[in-house]
Design a protein around this ligand. Sequence first.
Ligand SMILES: [Cu+2]
Length: 245
Amino acid sequence: MRRSMRLAPLVLALPLALPFIGVGTAYADGSASANLTPVVVNGSTGSGTAMVTVTGNTIEFTLAASGLAAGPHAAHIHFGASARHECPALSDEKDSDGRLSTTEGAPAYGAVVVSLTKTGDTSPTSGLAVDRFGSGPSIQYMRGGVTVAPEIATAIQKGQAVVVVHGVSYTGARAQAKSDLNPALPASATDPAICGVLSASPSGGAATGAGGTAPTQNEGLLALGGVGLLAAAGTGAFAARRARS
Ligand SMILES: [Cu+2]
């Protein structure tokens, strides 16, 4: 009797734990951050930071970047179970057309799994909802209460998820290229600009190690967080709302 009562909580907890078992270790709640640096080939001079806090299957994210091209910047968490969990390398530019498309980067970072929109839907369906992302050279916003699939929450904690901010500036032949995601858009609107792999932060701090983010930087990001929320710019020059990622 006493024994079965003691077992009860364990039995109840089991179904909750099951989704994690298939992907490996169950991960406790925590934070991950990424330094965003220019994607090879595409010529962005931007930089930024992404921070994600995972609580169960809910995430809160902060995205800040500067030095970006004019125009909207679709931004996503990418993940693929069979992806390399990296930002693209020069060798990913397979067709030698002088630009690395979103599709060419997929072997490195996988598919869109979360759209880091300011408002509304955050599923991959909103991947090109350009009027709900940041716009212009500097973007900065945060958002909480974003539900993700259990395997995505785990991937973030395991350092397998990649943040990609899209939208670059091209001249010459590259400026005439059509987007691989939606031929109605120029390639410059959707090609990846800056990228970073989310890596788990030690509790109470930021990522450490080679190339890690200094704690002060993330604290600053959080402090700046809410500022961008009012800027529902809607500057999307492209009717990409219904475009699919
Ligand atoms: Cu993306």
